[in-house]
Design a protein around this ligand. Structure first.
Ligand SMILES: [Zn+2]
Length: 264
């Protein structure tokens, strides 16, 4: 996610926009060094630090796999308090001569491997469920959440897909819910904390009419989704224009910004 944000920032045509972004860089490798006297990757990192580069502060030279596993567990416990989002840790062979011997596969080095942490989960409150109308008239229930920081960003809403999803999770408005980020990107509601129910929670029903135009909303047999059937629906019209201008359609730059930010 952060990498995507970074790439987006660097690809800005107007460098003044890039300059305004609070970008930073962490150096994690010496690619080539004249008169290289290092045989340890860790020594190189300390050297980079001495030169004044930003180097990842959470790093440890471990002896043996036990120590490496312990360190991975330790990072797992503190990663929420780090100043950047992270979904894993990398174990690397420190000895640079050994790295040469181990070599690389088709794509990846044999001397490094990434450990991915399970997705972060947090509890918050499902404050409301509102419905959005899509380009095809599809009505999607959205969870309005008590804002919560999860895996590096603040989550205040997420999709609940359709009414079957809501029923299968037994979601009620006012519930305490556990959310996580799927692939650490898209937030999803995992489950309800039922023991926290007070009895004041409200059932949610999908509307029988489109929340935008008031035309009937129909769920066809075999479909999971309710759709607005109003031909004049302004939500559908807007989304049609957005789709027309999108990259998959006519690729109109000026409208795509609107598409990214507001509508879809
Ligand atoms: Zn409608």
């Amino acid at each position: 996610m952060q990498e995507m944000l970074l790439l987006g920032s660097l690809r800005q045509l107007d460098s003044r926009i890039t300059a305004k972004r609070p970008l930073d860089i962490y150096i994690f490798n010496v690619q080539r060094l004249e008169n290289n006297e290092f045989n340890s990757h860790y020594e190189q990192l300390l050297y980079l630090e001495r030169l004044g580069f930003n180097v990842e502060p959470v790093k440890k030279l471990c002896v043996g796999i036990e120590e490496a596993i312990n360190e991975i567990e330790r990072i797992g416990k503190i990663r929420e308090s780090l100043s950047f989002g992270t979904d894993g840790a990398v174990i690397k062979v420190d000895n640079l001569e050994l790295r040469e011997v181990l070599g690389t596969n088709f794509k990846t080095p044999r001397w490094a491997i990434a450990y991915k942490y399970p997705p972060e989960r947090k509890e918050t409150i499902l404050k409301d469920i509102v419905c959005q109308v899509g380009r095809t008239g599809a009505i999607t229930p959205m969870a309005i959440l008590e804002p919560i920081k999860l895996a590096g960003s603040t989550i205040s809403k997420t999709t609940l897909h359709n009414e079957d999803f809501i029923k299968s999770k037994d979601l009620k408005i006012g519930d305490h819910v556990i959310i996580q980020k799927a692939g650490d990107v898209i937030p999803e509601v995992v489950e309800v904390v039922k023991k926290k129910r007070t009895g004041n929670e409200l059932n949610f029903e999908m509307p029988d009419v489109c929340p935008v135009c008031g035309a009937p909303a129909i769920r066809e047999n075999g479909e999971a989704i309710k759709r607005c059937i109003g031909i004049e629906c302004s939500a559908r019209k807007l989304r049609n224009i957005v789709h027309f201008a999108s990259k998959a359609g006519m690729d109109i730059e000026g409208l795509r910004i609107f598409y990214n930010r507001g509508v879809s």
